[in-house]
Every structure is written in C-alpha cells, then in structure tokens.
Design a protein around this ligand. Structure first.
Ligand code: NAP
Length: 255
C-alpha cells in the first residue's frame, strides 16, 4: 500500500541531498511531488529522475529568501498542478565561522543563514498556508541536532540559532493550526553525508570521525535514512503527532 496516494507534496531544496531523497521517497509512495530549488537545473534533473522511474514530478526554481516569489509560485502551483497538501521545508545552508571570526564573515553568515534556514521556512510556509489549511495538510520542517544544542564541529552561531528557530516555529504553528487538522512536525538529522558537508568531510576527516565516535549506531547517515521518518510525518501513520521533532541522528543526542 502506498502511504501518500492523492497527495501533492512540495519539497524545497529538492535538487540535492536530503530534499532530493525525500522527494523521490514521496513519489514512490504515490504522491505527486513538486521539487523547488534555487538551483533550477538540479531540481529539474531530480524531477526527471523521478518521472523516469514512473513517478509524478515537476520542478520550479525558487529562492526561499524571496518572499514575493514564494507567494507567486504558490499560486502558480495551485493553478497548474493542484492543491498542495504536504510541504517539506528542507532548503538550508551551513556555515562554519564562529562569532570571533572576521566581522565581515560573521555578519554575512548571520544574514545568509537566518535568511535561508529560518526566514525561508517562514516565507514558504506563509505562501503555501492557504492550500495546506484547505487540504488539512502536513508540514515537515528540517531541523537538526542543533535545534537543541550547539555542536562544536565547528558550526556557526547563526546555524544553531536558525535550527533552534525552526523547532520553535514548528511548535508555534502546530499549536495554532492543530484544531484545523493541520499537523506540523520537524525532523532532526544528525551527521548525514550530503553535498552540504562534502567539503568539510574532504578537508577535515577527523571531524567525521569525532561525530561518528559519539554516535551509538557508529556510522554517518545517508540522505535515504531521512526518507522513512519523512514519509511517517507526512502520512496518516502519524495522525496524532504534531509539534514534535523526530531525531534521525543515529542516537547522537541520546549520549
Ligand atoms: P544540500 O545537499 O546542500 O541540499 C540543500 C539544497 O538547498 C541545495 O540544492 C541548495 O542549492 C538548496 N538551497 C540553498 N539555498 C537555497 C535557497 N535560498 N532557496 C532554495 N534552495 C536553496 O544539503 P542537505 O544536507 O541535503 O541539507 C538539507 C537540510 O537538512 C538543510 O536544512 C540542512 O540544514 C539540514 N541538515 C543537514 C544535515 C547534514 O548533515 N547534511 C544535518 C542536519 C540538518 P545549492 O546547492 O545551489 O546551494
């Protein structure tokens, strides 16, 4: 049985890594998926891959920091494809400057990371909310271990603040929309091998080892590891789950 039959699912940052895997997983479960990414070519390629294997997929360019574009695209998708019932706020970037770095870098990190990882989640949610409410839909936000703690990998205070913010936003929205039948949850990935951290893994292999040494399951995650929990939160399997975060971190936060 397919779990997401008759759903239209929008995934941001779907051209790469975790978003790409979630979009493919949702399509396998019968959803019609709409892949959005600032990298239009990557989203188009990922959508083609899904269609080539029998899934239903479309793609559009979207920079989640551009609020008016989010609103316009929400309307375009509703008109051309139909009412969206699942939204995955996945687009995100990571930066590694601490607060004591050069002023210019620290300020740029703050502005970029908050604009994409946090305000971007707000922008896309706000733009698609009329459809999600009408559909009694589901929202899945991608948080992090850093929705709870700062991880000295190193990581930027901006990233930690943005992911704490994503969890707070998830709870606030769940509280406000619960009575309408809209569910809002988050996923907290641990260390997942994706293009986001490819450079760090290549230049600082010790970092990956430190992470894995702290991880009870003893390995790094793959984008595919996020797919099952993402299907769970988007489907009726999680009918009584809202305002929660499912940690997909190999047990990292437990120890
Ligand atoms: P990824 O492979 O880099 O994929 C992120 C995608 O988002 C890329 O296609 C990227 O495009 C796109 N993007 C960047 N800025 C955007 C914008 N302004 N508007 C729309 N799309 C944009 O990263 P990932 O590892 O899959 O990460 C996905 C999410 O998981 C992020 O929110 C990240 O913080 C979170 N996460 C990841 C890990 C991990 O270990 N990988 C752990 C915890 C949480 P470009 O490539 O062109 O920038």
């Amino acid at each position: 049985m397919a779990f997401l039959e008759n759903h239209i699912a929008v995934v941001t940052g779907a051209g790469s890594g975790i978003g790409r895997a979630i979009a493919a997983g949702y399509a396998r479960e019968g959803a019609r998926v709409v892949l959005l990414d600032v990298n239009e070519g990557a989203a188009a390629e990922a959508a083609k891959e899904i269609r080539d294997t029998g899934g239903k997929a479309d793609s559009f360019a979207l920079d989640v920091t551009r609020r008016e574009d989010c609103v316009a695209l929400g309307k375009e998708i509703a008109g051309k494809i139909g009412q969206v019932s699942i939204l995955v706020n996945n687009a995100g970037i990571a930066r590694r400057n601490g607060m004591l770095g050069a002023d210019e870098a620290v300020i740029k990190d703050w502005e970029d990371v908050i604009a994409i990882n946090l305000t971007g989640v707000f922008n896309v949610t706000h733009a698609f909310l009329p459809q999600i409410r009408a559909a009694k839909g589901r929202i899945v936000n991608i948080g992090s271990i850093q929705s709870f703690v700062h991880v000295r990998t190193p990581s930027s205070p901006a990233y930690t603040a943005s992911k704490h913010g994503v969890l707070g936003f998830t709870k606030a929205l769940a509280a406000e929309l619960g009575k309408e039948g809209v569910r809002v949850n988050a996923i907290g990935p641990g260390f997942i091998e994706t293009p986001l951290n490819a450079q760090t893994r290549a230049t600082n292999p010790e970092l990956a080892k430190t992470f894995i040494a702290h991880t009870p399951l003893g390995r790094a995650g793959k984008a595919e590891d996020i797919v099952g929990p993402a299907i769970f939160l988007a489907s009726d399997l999680s009918a009584y789950v809202t305002g929660s975060i499912v940690m997909v971190d190999g047990g990292y936060r437990a120890v």
